[in-house]
Write a new protein. Structure first.
Ligand SMILES: Cc1cc2nc3c(=O)[nH]c(=O)nc-3n(C[C@H](O)[C@H](O)[C@H](O)COP(=O)(O)OP(=O)(O)OC[C@H]3O[C@@H](n4cnc5c(N)ncnc54)[C@H](O)[C@@H]3O)c2cc1C
Length: 684
C-alpha cells in the first residue's frame, strides 16, 4: 500500500504531538497475587481481558473465568495507539466505544459476585502526570457526558498504556489471562502476537464468536458449523454456581479522563449511545417492526429507521451476533423480514471469517492480479471531491456528506459510493476503505475492508457490479427528499433534473436559481466513458484473475463460503485454458484426487469438465516438510452448500430482489453488458 497521505483522522495534530503519555496502572506492585485475594493456597487467578466483545453474557472468556478461576479480574486497557493519528477512528466512534466500556463497567458492578476492591494509589498518583493533565485544547474540551462516568462501586479494572505491558504485570504476579479472539489486522494483529510472545502459556485466546480458527480449510462445512453455533446455547457466566471472587483494582483511570485527555470531540449527529440498555432496546424495537424490514433496506431515507441499527453494537460486542439472532428467532413473527435479517447476521460472520482467514485484507488486493490497481490514476482532486460530496453526482454527494455528518449509510449507498470511487473515478480502493473506516460509527475491519475489496472487484470473480448513481436517484429517491436534505443547494432544482443536474436547461437554471457549475459542481468525470474504460481494463485481466483462484493460497485468502471448490469452479470456468502452468500453480495431491467430485458438486449440471493437469504443472510434494502427502487435508468444496454463491456472489444474481425484495438486486443497466461478455449471470 502506498503512502498515507489520503488517511485522515480528523483529530487535532497537537493532541498527539510531543512525548507519548506515560504508562500507568495498575503497576505490578499494586496487583495482588490471587492467593492474597482468595485466602486459598494455590488459587487460580484469571484476568478477563476485554477488547471487543464488551459484554458479560454469551462471552466465553467471562464464562470460563468464572468457572475456572478462584479469583477473576475483568480488565480493559485504554491503548493510546487507538487515540493517535494511526488509530483511524473518528471521535464519534471513539466516544461510542468509551460509552460501551463505561456501560460494561456498570454491568460488572451490578453483577454478582460483589467485588473485592484494591486501591492502586501509586497509579492514581501517576495519573497526575498523564491523564489528569489539562486538556490539549482547553477551550475545545467540553466536560465528558454522563454516559462515560464510572459507577461508585467499580466493576472493571481500567488500565492505560500498552496492553502487553499491563498484562505481563498480571502474569508476573501469578495470574492467567483469557480473552476472546477477534479478527484483527494491522496493529491489532501485531499487538496480539506480542501478547502471545510475552505471556506465553499464561494467555489463552478463546474462539467464542462462531468463527472457525486453526484449521487448514476453515470453510469446510462452514455453513453447517455456523448454523449449529447460532442455534447453540449461549455462554452464561455461572455466577451462582461458583465461589469465584471478583477483583477490581482502583487505578484512577476512567473513560472520562481518557476522553478529556485526548480532547475527544465528536462532531457527528444522530449517533446512537453506546450502552447495553440502548443495544437491547434497539434490538427489541427492531424485532417489533421486522415485517417492514424488506421494504426499508434500499432507500437511504427509509433505511435510517427501518434497518436494525444494530451494527455499532454488534461491532463492539455489546451484543453477540448469536444473541441478536436468537432474540429474533424467539420473538419475531415468522416472516420474510426475520429471514432476511437472520441471513444478514450470517453475512456478518461470513465477512469476519474472511479476515480470520487472511489478515491482509486491509493492506493488499486479495487477488494478486489486481494489486496496485488504479494507483497510476491516483488523482487527489477526485479523491477530495468524493470525500467532500462535490462530485456533481447528487446521490454520491448526498451519501458522502451523510457519511461524514452521521457516520452511517445503508448498504446500497455504501456499495454505490465504493463502486463509484473505484470503477468510475478509478481511484485506489484502500483510500476509500480507510475513509469509510475513519467515519463509520460501525466500522468493523472484518466487514469494511472485505466489502470494499468485493465492491471494487478485487476478488477475481467474473461478476462485477457497477452502480449507476443516476439510476439510484430515480429508484431510491424519486422525490429528491433525501438528496436535498444533504445537498441543500439543489433544493430548488425541479425534481426531474436531480439525477443529472447538468442537463437542466439554462433557462430553468436561471428560473430556479440553481446554477450548475457554480452553486453545484458539474460531474467531475464523464460517467459513460469512465465506465467503458473500467470494463475494458477489467476484461483484460478477468481470466488471469479467475485463474489465480485455483491457487490454494489465493483461494484461502478469498475465503468463499463455498470453500476451495467455489474458487476452483470459477477458475475452471473463467480462467485461461492453460490454467495451471504459466503462473506455477501448485496443486496438492488431494486436490487432484478430489477434482471430479468437487467440481461436479460445485457446479451441478453446469459443471465444467475437470482440467487435465500436465505433469509439469503438478507438484506432489507437500509444502510442509513435516507433513506427509496423506496428511494433507481435502480442500473444501464438499458438502451440501459447496459452491453455493457466498453473500457477495449472491449480489450478482439477478432477479432475486424482484422476487424477494433483496437489497442486492443488480440494476437493470448492469445486466446490459456493453461488450457482450459475461457479467451477472455466471452464478445463476
Ligand atoms: C463498502 C461497504 C462497507 C461496509 N462496512 C461495514 C462495516 O464496517 N460494519 C458493518 O457492520 N457493516 C458494514 N457494511 C455492511 C452494511 O452496510 C451494514 O452492516 C449495515 O448497513 C448496518 O446497518 P444495520 O445494522 O441497520 O443493518 P441491518 O440491515 O439491520 O443488518 C443487521 C446486521 O447484519 C450485518 N450485515 C448486514 N448487511 C451486511 C453485509 N452486506 N455484509 C456483512 N454484514 C452485514 C451487520 O452486522 C448488521 O448490523 C458495509 C457494506 C459495504 C458495501
Amino acid at each position: 500500500m502506498s503512502g498515507d497521505t489520503d488517511r485522515e483522522t480528523g483529530r487535532s495534530a497537537s493532541a498527539n504531538s510531543g512525548d507519548p503519555p506515560q504508562q500507568t496502572g495498575p503497576l505490578a506492585a499494586e496487583i495482588p497475587t490471587p492467593d492474597a485475594v482468595s485466602d486459598l493456597a494455590d488459587s487460580t487467578g484469571i484476568v478477563v481481558w476485554h477488547r471487543k466483545h464488551l459484554r458479560v453474557e454469551d462471552q466465553l472468556a467471562v464464562s470460563r473465568a468464572v468457572a475456572d478461576g478462584d479469583v477473576f479480574c475483568p480488565l480493559f486497557v485504554f491503548d493510546p495507539t487507538f487515540y493517535a493519528d494511526s488509530g483511524l477512528a473518528c471521535d464519534a466512534r471513539i466516544r461510542l466505544f468509551e460509552e460501551a466500556v463505561a456501560s460494561l463497567d456498570r454491568l460488572y458492578a451490578a453483577a454478582p459476585p460483589s467485588a473485592t476492591h484494591v486501591d492502586a494509589t501509586d497509579s492514581v498518583a501517576r495519573l497526575a502526570d498523564t491523564l489528569d493533565s489539562p486538556p490539549i485544547t482547553a477551550e475545545a474540551a467540553s466536560e465528558p457526558p454522563e454516559t462515560i462516568q464510572r459507577p461508585d462501586s467499580l466493576g472493571l479494572t481500567l488500565g492505560y498504556g500498552d496492553p502487553v505491558d499491563i498484562l505481563s504485570r498480571f502474569v508476573d504476579r501469578g495470574w492467567h489471562v483469557i480473552t476472546m479472539a477477534t479478527p484483527t489486522s494491522r496493529y491489532g494483529q501485531r499487538r496480539d502476537e506480542r501478547v502471545r510472545d510475552t505471556c506465553g502459556d499464561a494467555v489463552t485466546f478463546v474462539s467464542g464468536d462462531g468463527l472457525v480458527r486453526d484449521e487448514e480449510w476453515p470453510r469446510s462445512d462452514w455453513q453447517t458449523q455456523i448454523t449449529e453455533w447460532l442455534a447453540a446455547e449461549q455462554h452464561t457466566p455461572g455466577w451462582d454456581d461458583h465461589d469465584t471472587v471478583r477483583v477490581s483494582i482502583r487505578t484512577g483511570v476512567t473513560p472520562a479522563a481518557v476522553d478529556r485527555h485526548f480532547d475527544v470531540s465528536p462532531a457527528k449527529t444522530q449517533v446512537p449511545v453506546g450502552t447495553h440498555r440502548a443495544a437491547m432496546t434497539t434490538l427489541r424495537e427492531f424485532t417489533d417492526r421486522v415485517r417492514s424490514y424488506p421494504t426499508n433496506i434500499s432507500a437511504p431515507q427509509d433505511a435510517r429507521g427501518g434497518t436494525s441499527g444494530l451494527s455499532p453494537y454488534l461491532n463492539f460486542g455489546l451484543l453477540s451476533v448469536r444473541q441478536a439472532h436468537q432474540y429474533v428467532v424467539d420473538n419475531a413473527p415468522s416472516c420474510r423480514g426475520a429471514d432476511m435479517f437472520e441471513s444478514r447476521l450470517v453475512w456478518n460472520l461470513h465477512y469476519n471469517q474472511k479476515l480470520v482467514d487472511w489478515p491482509g485484507w486491509t493492506e493488499q488486493a486479495v487477488n494478486p492480479v489486481f494489486e496496485g490497481r488504479n494507483e497510476a490514476f491516483h488523482d487527489p482532486d477526485l479523491v477530495t471531491a468524493w470525500k467532500r460530496g462535490q462530485t456533481g453526482f447528487p446521490m454520491v454527494d448526498a451519501s458522502m456528506r451523510c457519511l461524514q455528518e452521521t457516520g452511517w449509510l445503508n448498504f446500497r449507498m455504501r456499495a454505490m459510493c465504493a463502486s463509484f470511487f473505484t470503477h468510475i473515478l478509478h481511484q485506489p480502493w484502500w483510500i476509500g476503505a480507510d475513509w469509510y473506516h475513519h467515519h463509520l460509527i460501525d466500522s468493523d475491519v472484518g466487514i469494511n475492508y472485505t466489502q470494499w475489496q468485493s465492491q471494487a472487484g478485487l476478488i477475481g470473480k467474473p461478476s462485477q457490479r457497477v452502480y449507476n448513481p443516476r439510476k439510484q436517484v430515480r429508484d431510491q429517491d424519486p422525490d429528491g427528499d433525501w438528496i436535498t436534505r444533504w445537498v441543500p443547494e439543489l433544493a430548488d432544482l425541479p425534481t426531474e433534473f436531480l439525477d443529472q443536474p447538468e442537463k437542466t436547461p439554462l433557462a430553468i437554471q436561471q428560473e430556479c436559481g440553481v446554477h450548475v457549475g457554480e452553486s453545484y459542481p458539474r460531474p467531475v468525470v464523464d460517467f459513460e466513458a469512465r465506465r467503458e474504460q473500467f470494463w475494458s481494463r477489467y476484461e483484460a485481466q478477468r481470466s488471469e484473475a479467475a485463474r489465480k483462484l485455483r491457487r490454494p493460497e489465493i483461494a484461502k485468502r478469498a475465503s468463499f463460503s463455498g470453500g476451495y471448490g467455489a474458487a476452483r469452479a470459477i477458475a475452471d470456468k473463467h480462467g485461461a485454458a492453460d490454467a495451471d502452468a504459466p503462473d506455477g500453480t501448485q496443486v496438492s495431491l488431494d486436490e487432484l484426487i478430489d477434482t471430479d467430485a468437487t467440481t461436479a458438486e460445485t457446479e451441478g449440471a453446469q459443471a465444467t469438465p475437470p482440467q487435465t493437469n500436465t505433469a509439469e504443472s503438478v507438484d506432489l510434494t507437500p509444502t510442509d516438510p513435516h507433513e506427509s502427502s496423506t496428511q494433507t487435508t481435502i480442500p473444501t468444496g464438499a458438502g451440501r452448500k459447496a459452491g453455493e454463491p457466498s453473500p457477495d456472489d449472491r449480489a450478482a444474481v439477478s432477479g432475486q430482489r424482484r422476487e424477494t425484495g433483496e437489497d442486492n438486486e443488480p440494476d437493470k443497466e448492469q445486466d446490459v453488458d456493453p461488450t457482450g461478455q459475461t457479467r451477472f449471470h455466471d452464478f445463476e
